[in-house]
Design a protein around this ligand. Structure first.
Ligand SMILES: [Zn+2]
Length: 413
């Protein structure tokens, strides 16, 4: 089906300040024209009057099915305390619990303008089925944890992950949890498998001061330098957090070509600190954004992350506009652009709102005053997944009641 969205203000995010007035033509999952568009006969027409079009926000780090633990528990004072509380609950999770939770998480993300996420969690089959049903994009992690014996068991699932690579909306990574929960043999094995399979390695790194201190004590190296020593430079790598970096870590991150994933809400909530965002940008290190799981955030709303990333960068440096709205939007969209020939992933923001009036600078508006609930339409791969705030591929009420019911069951196990 051909779709034309007309009367738009378009932020292609190809260069700072660039705005296009006009239409977007979508056909066969691709953007076929931008600007002046001749409407093909039989095309579906959406009136985009008073709407901004831009790429969807990408959630590059989450643990989707942790939605069960949203707003649960309190009393912990550190990441370690939080992890111990969560691990006790995670032991009770079963494979059947994952599908509904994943759909609920995906529904929450679509409603807040996101249709591409990178996940690391148990039972990824359930999440893959939820991705297929909801028609979003995902990179799902083959999660590693513990010693080599445990790793060999987890790697038995490899054939399943390989099958996903043939699907256009699914891809996968090797995801060792961290250097403090995986043995050295597990980490080496993870890197070896990622290299052999041609996939990326996704690993939490330098999240707390304690993690760095322990690595220095145990290995004589920072977590980043330790990962480099183990050979992570052989593969593409995503490093969620990087809150506590040594001076010597910056050139290593740059040499590794690593992508740092900044999770400002999670780092703030768990008292981990504030990642040196501007420094990373100044050092030419690629940064994207993530929400982390709903238990440490407690929402999967990338507009929250975008705003907090900007505010914390300025507050921590006592420097207004430490990072420009354009630079922050590039991080939040993982570098995506709206261009002819590119995939038709896009969102439309309704500007008919008191907090967007007058609009003045649309880049500042998206960073400082837009709300995720202003996202009215979302297209993923050319398919409309949300129309006037209604989800078209997810029965949200049904999934909410399922998740509530399953959660009551988990608590009784
Ligand atoms: Zn995480």
């Amino acid at each position: 089906m051909k779709t034309v969205i007309k009367n738009l203000t378009i932020l292609p995010l190809t260069s700072a300040g660039e705005l296009i007035s006009g239409s977007i033509l979508i056909e066969e999952g691709l953007i076929k024209a931008i600007g002046e568009v001749t409407i093909p006969s039989g095309a579906r027409i959406i009136d985009g009057y008073n709407h901004l079009a831009l790429p969807p926000l990408v959630n590059n780090h989450t643990h989707l099915s942790m939605v069960y633990f949203r707003n649960y528990g309190s009393g912990y004072t550190s990441l370690q305390g939080w992890l111990e509380a969560v691990w006790a609950l995670e032991d009770r999770l079963q494979e059947d619990d994952i599908f509904s939770a994943s759909l609920l998480g995906i529904g929450e993300m679509i409603l807040s303008g996101t249709c591409h996420f990178r996940d690391m969690y148990f039972f990824p089959e359930g999440t893959a089925n939820a991705v297929r049903e909801s028609k979003v994009r995902a990179n799902l992690g083959l999660t590693l944890f513990g010693d080599l014996e445990e790793t060999h068991k987890r790697l038995e699932r490899l054939p399943l992950f390989r099958e996903w690579a043939s699907e256009s909306l699914l891809s996968w990574d090797i995801a060792p949890h961290s250097i403090y929960t995986c043995s050295e043999a597990t980490l080496r094995k993870g890197i070896e498998v990622a290299q052999r399979e041609g996939v990326a390695l996704n690993i939490h790194a330098s999240e707390t001061a304690q993690e760095v201190e322990e690595a220095l004590e145990k290995f004589g190296l920072s977590p980043i330098a330790y990962l480099q020593k183990l050979g992570i430079g052989e593969v593409a790598s995503l490093l969620p957090h990087c809150v506590h970096l040594l001076e010597s870590d910056y050139p290593i991150l740059r040499d590794l070509g690593a992508t740092v994933v900044h999770n400002p809400s999670s780092n703030a909530k768990l008292g981990c600190g504030i990642a040196p965002l501007k420094r990373l940008v100044d050092e030419d290190i690629r940064v994207t954004l993530g929400s982390d799981g709903a238990a440490s955030n407690n929402a999967l709303d990338m507009f929250n992350e975008l705003r907090l990333a900007g505010l914390l960068a300025s507050a921590s440096l006592q420097e207004a506009n430490a990072l420009s709205p354009f630079a922050l939007l590039k991080m939040a969209t993982a570098g995506a652009t709206l261009e002819v020939g590119g995939v038709a992933d896009l969102i439309l923001i309704d500007l008919d709102k008191p907090h967007l009036t007058p609009l003045n600078d649309p880049f500042s508006a998206l960073l400082y005053s837009a709300k995720s609930s202003d996202v009215e339409y979302l297209f993923c791969n050319g398919e409309l997944l949300m129309e006037k705030r209604e989800l078209l591929t997810i029965e949200l009420e049904r999934r909410q009641s399922e998740v509530k019911k399953i959660w009551e069951g988990i608590l009784q196990r």
